[in-house]
Design a protein around this ligand. Structure first.
Ligand code: GUN
Ligand code: ZN
Length: 450
């Protein structure tokens, strides 16, 4: 009566604990000839092919996708991005506040049009799935149309996604601005009721950042977040990204002791709160983020593009007050959709401060670390029995040169370091969502859906 088993065979790498805490070599499983067995979108078994295959007599050989010269990993997790900024990614720069006014806000106004939003959502999913990302924590914008378009597309693929209406009722163009704080919260709550827990979709309460919300809107956002806290609703915002942003926040909220304290005052900190950037963070703020269980998203490509600051992972990971950290592409401040590429950038950003970030810790951040940040490490981010079968297959022969270059690196992590540093094209061979192959680089149309 059970639905049939399927499998994916090849080299497999998956993390099971945190290499910032435990001995790095004990934190992962690596199977040189491994097999993942799946049924109904979940992983049933995983390990060495020779051990696992005999345990599943009903798994037929033609139900196994076999990958040579490839590495199977859990799907990457993008802890902070804006699908609505896909149409303006790579716009000629400026620092954060000018860039928002010049490019970002005018662009987001177009998402009042559902057709425009549908088209952008479709493009966004095609980008992330072809980059190996299977879960993302995503900003929509003011309008319900921007939220519906995103979740509808996610539902089509069956991806586990977090999104929500952006709450913003001051300091931005009229057409993008929430006209009434109470109505904006009512709209957010109706979208929450519609989408949270529907299939794999999850909702976030999203005040854009402190300067674009009135105290009243932040107050109501905190109440909404806490009202649904036990249902696993998220809070997602930006924090401590740039010097002049922080100055602006302190002038708008003169009673706050720091930027984190503004969110704290309105009840916006908690275990499902995700803070993007956190480049310029005081010790008291790290302590509060730790104590309240907030997660942070490290967005190195964006931080370099906007030139505003850089994330210091060694501060976030101080052993007496560790904060969960994941990777964010932050499209369109970030200049690509690839979590993999962020790792190469994260390395360089750390090296500017004389700190290196090795491949073990980097790929943990991209997978299980992201899942821990999003409080989902019991379901995604690792390849373990019972987990949701979201996977990406990394092509170890993306080009003649890379194939040749990798011959001179021995261990899988040495190879991964080369790949994250060079970030070649054609890196993702295939992507699976809930056990379905949604992207295949060798298929004529590549994607499962048009
Ligand atoms: N802070 C407030 N809004 C934004 C945004 O859209 N992008 C970035 N990078 N920072 C922000
Ligand atoms: Zn952002």
């Amino acid at each position: 009566d059970k639905s049939p088993l399927s499998g994916v065979r090849g080299r497999i790498l998956s993390f099971k604990s945190n290499p910032f805490v435990d001995a790095p070599e004990d934190c992962y499983d690596y199977f040189p000839d491994g097999l993942v067995v799946m049924r109904d979108g979940r992983i049933v078994d995983v390990g060495e092919y020779a051990d696992v295959a005999p345990r599943h007599e009903s798994l037929s050989a033609d139900a196994i996708d076999r990958y040579e010269d490839a590495l199977i990993m859990p799907g990457f997790i993008d802890c902070h991005t804006h699908y609505v900024q896909s149409p303006m990614i790579g716009s000629f720069g400026d620092t954060l506040l000018d860039w928002l006014n010049q490019y970002t806000f005018p662009n987001e106004i177009r998402f009042a049009d559902k057709d425009f939003a549908d088209n952008a959502a479709r493009m966004f999913f095609r980008q992330i799935l072809s980059q190996g990302t299977t879960t993302a924590n995503v900003f929509a914008t003011t309008y319900a149309s921007s939220v519906d378009a995103f979740f509808e597309e996610s539902e089509r693929y069956g991806t586990r996604m977090i999104c929500g209406k952006v709450l913003q009722d001051r300091n931005l163009p009229d057409a993008l601005r929430d006209k009434d704080a109470d109505e904006s919260i009512a709209l957010s709550e109706s979208l929450l009721e519609k989408w949270h827990g529907r299939g794999r979709q999850l909702y976030a309460v999203i005040p854009r950042f402190a300067p674009t919300s009135t105290p009243r809107q932040l107050q109501l956002a905190g109440e909404l977040y806490r009202r649904y806290a036990d249902k696993g609703v998220y809070m997602h915002t930006h924090l401590d990204e740039a010097e002049n942003e922080i100055e602006w926040v302190m002038s708008l909220f003169p009673d706050a002791s720091n930027y984190t304290d503004v969110y704290d005052h309105f009840g916006l900190l908690g275990e499902h709160s995700i803070m993007a950037h956190c480049c310029i963070v005081r010790e008291e703020e790290w302590q509060r983020l730790h104590a309240t269980g907030c997660g942070v998203a490290h967005c190195p490509s964006s931080n370099m593009f906007l030139g505003d600051g850089e994330f210091k992972y060694w501060e976030a990971k101080k052993s007496d007050r560790q904060v969960n950290v994941g990777i964010g592409t932050d499209v369109g401040g970030g200049t690509n959709f690839s979590v993999f590429r962020q790792l190469g950038d994260a390395y360089k950003v750390a090296m500017l401060r004389g700190k290196s970030l090795d491949a073990i810790r980097s790929f943990y951040l991209a997978t299980r670390g992201g899942a821990e940040t999003l409080r989902f490490a019991d379901r995604i981010g690792s390849l373990l029995p019972g987990y949701e079968a979201d996977m990406t297959v990394i092509n170890l022969r993306p080009s003649e040169f890379i194939e040749w270059r990798l011959n001179f690196s021995d261990s899988i992590f040495d190879k991964l370091f080369v790949l994250m540093t060079l970030s070649p094209d054609n890196l993702i061979r295939a992507t699976y969502v809930s056990g379905n192959k949604v992207y295949d680089s060798l298929r004529p149309h590549k994607f499962l859906y048009a």
